[in-house]
Ligand binder design. Sequence first.
Ligand code: HEM
Length: 408
Amino acid sequence: MNQMGDVPRGLPVERDAGPFDPPSGLTRLRETRPVSPLVFPSGHEGWVVTGYEAVRQLMADTRFSSRQDIGVVHDLIPMEGLEVPTDPGPQQPGLFIAMDPPDHGRIRGKLTGTFTVKRMKTLEEGIVAIVERQLDHLASLTPPVDLVAEFALPVPSLVICEMLGVPYEDRETFQVNTNTFLNTDVTFEEKMAALTELTTYLAGLVTGKRAQPDDDILSDLARDEDLTIEELVGIGFLLLLAGHETTANMLGLGTFALLEHPEQLAELRQNPELMPNAVEELMRYLSIADNFYRYAIEDIEFGGETIPEGSTVVVSLLAANRDPKKFENPDLLDINRKARGHMSFGHGVHQCLGQQLARIEMRAGFNGLLRRIPSLKLAIPADEVKLRTNMRIYGVHELPVTWTETAA
Ligand code: HEM
């Protein structure tokens, strides 16, 4: 077959099927060719993988590299305000999401004990307390308010600051810089300035913790002389960012989705014990972190195709999570569904390290929000909510909400 004959150019990103559904072009691609060639905007002849089984298999196959310094070109979804380089940058020390085994395991292995289900359970009370404090703040405001700015964004940031051991007096500057770095409404220069401030701050923080360790994740890591200061900064930066935008957008878009499915919302209010299941289903249904990149380090026979060495391959977790071969009525939000097995936390060696933490934050966040603000509703028509199309992490830019009364 002429592989590049009717090859799609660029990924379909327009949410023409509704704010919560995959772009119809993506669904068509999964139906016609779940492992398909794709021309990237740079002209690179790469591949896109959309079928559930193929995505799962690919993410477990380390012949598909995660290294960014050997050619993965992240130019499919341009990040607003950020010029995406077409040449791969150097390998960042400590940034293990972009490393392959065995380097990857050397760093990740130092953190697995910290993020176990058991360790996270012990932190749950503290996380719920952070969520409740943020809800106190939210409930003290006069609606309408933007749920993203006042609740969804601060919660993961406060939680990770606590875990990393960022002192209280530094948290405001830290949060401002993180938000500037993640914000879409700022210039490239402002983003880069925030990035420099963040990494400079982290370098000072880990140097201090190495000299005088405390009771937090960065101190535990800093005690380990096997890790350099640069690696500690990279790890801190990854932990900070990987869990921030993702969890925040799950809280924001998840609330929007529940408000738009009133019968599901009513059932959840009546049966709060459904929350853990509802969170898994929201993760599957929304798949806010959709695209991840890999790089074929050899010719690979895959899904009936030959992926040549040097190809950049992008997977769509969203398309995989809506594959009818895996989930019945995949486009239905059903909080009673057994959604475990979804791909929203990835799969294989890079499977999300913070998934237990994210689950705790989301359960506490949605639980608290439903309990404290029972009359919560959108303050603008649903079709006016600004969606983060064309962004690496999907969600809502703002979610103006209102209410008539709050509960204790
Ligand atoms: C990796 C999703 C929350 C830390 C990943 C991956 C996905 C993902 C899909 C795999 C990336 C790949 O294969 O290249 C999410 C979603 C979240 C979330 C949807 C929220 C709802 C968090 C939180 C943390 C975190 C709260 C905590 C700090 C990480 C780290 C990695 C990762 C460190 C890299 C793991 C590795 O390369 O070994 N995440 N994540 N994530 N996530 Fe999360």
